[in-house]
Ligand binder design. Structure first.
Ligand SMILES: [Zn+2]
Length: 204
């Protein structure tokens, strides 16, 4: 089931070995051993547009997660508990596989389920940020159009987990949907079926 991952790891090890034999410095070797998936929190992105949410009276009950924090998959907050059971289950299976691979990173959620009120707030903020509704719609969907409002999308907080899901998420049906949102995942394929082509811009 994890053959594709094993192949990738094998390829990475071969690269590392080749680099070492070629006399690369230790620092370069370490860089090769830790590609894009190096752990660490992702700074707030322009797509996250959460700035004044607290001022708008948004709370846990809206799925609001303060900027700079994130929730684990077993959180009892609505942002996690109101996700669709299938999505949550897929994420938990992916996390178990990550741990089995010896990756200490947890999958944590920077954004999960959101209330319609929260989504409308995000849209209004995006209009302010991008100057027009047309431009804002490249980044944020309105109200119930958002997969987040339906509980069908998560924004992953950790770069290591993001990288893992980008490479192997389809084993559990998890796909990056938008080319400009490396953090946004939805169930978009049958497990192992390969992800569909990404849309050029995110409207998560
Ligand atoms: Zn998203």
């Amino acid at each position: 089931m994890h053959a594709s991952r094993s192949r990738l790891i094998g390829a990475a090890l071969s690269l590392l070995l080749a680099a070492t034999l070629a006399g690369c410095s230790t620092a370069e070797s370490r860089a090769l051993a830790q590609p894009a998936g190096a752990p660490g929190r992702v700074p707030a992105t322009s797509g996250d547009h959460r700035g004044a949410a607290a001022d708008a009276g948004l709370t846990d009950d809206d799925g609001y997660i303060p900027e700079g924090s994130s929730l684990p998959l077993d959180s009892d907050k609505p942002a996690v508990t109101r996700l669709s059971p299938n999505l949550l289950s897929a994420l938990r299976h992916a996390q178990a596989a990550m741990k089995q691979d010896g990756d200490g990173t947890d999958i944590t959620i920077a954004d999960g389920w959101r209330s319609e009120r929260y989504q409308e707030h995000l849209f209004a903020e995006a209009v302010r940020q991008y100057g027009s509704e047309d431009e804002a719609e490249k980044w944020v969907k309105r109200g119930a159009d958002s997969a987040h409002v339906r509980g069908d999308a998560v924004d992953i907080a950790d770069a290591g987990a993001m990288d893992f899901l980008n490479r192997f998420g389809d084993e559990w049906g998890l796909c990056q949907v938008y080319a400009n949102e490396a953090w946004h995942f939805e169930l978009r394929t049958t497990p192992g079926g390969g992800c569909p082509a990404q849309s050029p811009d995110g409207r998560g």
